[in-house]
Design a protein around this ligand. Structure first.
Ligand code: ZN
Length: 332
């Protein structure tokens, strides 16, 4: 048993309370490589932002749970070395699909876990979420739950259609499950192809796809029913067109990739939404830099030569999100 407290990590309780009161959102960046971790920590330290480093089941299988735990501890120590006296870093399980997986993460240094029972029948979702909450709270670990289904693909999590969260269910759900935060479905989506071209309109000037707007009416209805309760948005990458263009210009093939416009995420951050999940944008930033490097310098074969610009490009993206979209800078 390794408590996250021994690793210097924190749970989400205090940071969410501050974020809801302050009208900003905490960035939740997925990671599973050294370069992502370094870029996340550098960005968080330079902007003085709290940060959630999150790991899906697939990422845990890829990188190994033990290594990830020490990477999270390394992130805390690295932040201190970079001059941050009291780093606020959470190690979070993204889309836990069973009590056993959540327990295993809690036992191995995670400070926050998500149990995603959104595809289960309502009562079953409550039952397992509650079981996770009881174990987690006994170890001072916070729990994110989910109601409503997001469309898109993220590791093992996939759904073709989205089902918006029903506001009339949220009070009953959080009261009976005891969860600390709730992921809702209001039109965000997993992956780099969040919407099909048929779901979008086209900008007559640029010809680019314009996605359907988020369901802010549902978000506001949920906020009204759960005053001050922390809300989470998954699938909130914006799929920056310049990164997609760079990838496509250097041999990649990402036709019609489309994400959530940043101005909508900016608006959501000011509400009870206090955690915004960003994964695909980091993947795109890394891939764009590497493809460009390979194209321009075909003689390079030392991984540091192409991973360094990849790391720089991810860091630039993380800083942009923190400062220009979520507003979590200068909150340490
Ligand atoms: Zn997700």
């Amino acid at each position: 048993m390794t408590s996250y407290k021994e690793l210097g990590l924190v749970n989400t309780r205090e940071m969410f309370a501050k974020a809801v009161a302050g009208g900003y959102a905490i960035p939740a960046f997925n990671f599973n490589t050294l370069e992502q971790m370094q870029a996340i920590v550098q960005a968080a330290v330079e902007t003085k932002s709290p940060v959630i480093m999150q790991v899906s089941k697939g990422a845990r299988n890829y990188a190994n749970g033990t290594i990830l735990r020490y990477m999270a501890q390394g992130a805390v120590e690295y932040a201190k070395e970079l001059g941050c006296e009291k780093p606020q870093i959470v190690l979070h399980l993204d889309h836990g699909d069973s009590f056993e997986l959540c327990k295993d993460c809690i036992d191995n240094g995670f400070s926050s876990v998500m149990f995603d029972g959104s595809s289960l029948p309502y009562e079953e979702n409550i039952r397992i979420t509650k079981q996770v909450v009881e174990y987690a709270h006994a170890h001072d670990v916070t729990v994110e739950a989910e109601l409503g289904v997001l469309a898109g693909v993220e590791d093992e999590v996939a759904s073709e259609v989205s089902h918006y969260t029903k506001p009339e269910e949220v009070v009953d759900f959080i009261t009976r499950s005891g969860c600390d935060s709730l992921a809702i479905s209001i039109g965000t989506s997993h992956g780099a192809y969040k919407f099909t071209p048929e779901q979008c309109t086209r900008d007559p000037k640029t010809g680019k796809l314009v996605p359907p707007p988020l369901a802010f009416d549902i978000l506001h209805e949920i906020e009204k029913r759960l005053p001050g309760f922390p809300i989470v948005l998954h699938g909130s990458s914006s799929v920056p067109q310049d990164e997609v263009d760079t990838i496509n210009a250097h041999g990649g093939k990402l036709p019609d990739a489309v994400g959530i416009p940043e101005e909508q995420l900016r608006e959501a951050s000011k509400s009870a939404v206090c955690k915004i999940n960003i994964d695909s944008d980091s993947r795109l930033a890394m891939t764009a830099a590497i493809r460009k490097h390979f194209d321009e310098k075909p003689g390079d074969f030392d991984p540091r030569q192409y991973l360094k610009p990849a790391r720089e490009n991810m860091k630039k993206m993380y800083i942009h999100k923190i400062v220009e979209v979520l507003g979590s800078n200068n909150k340490l």
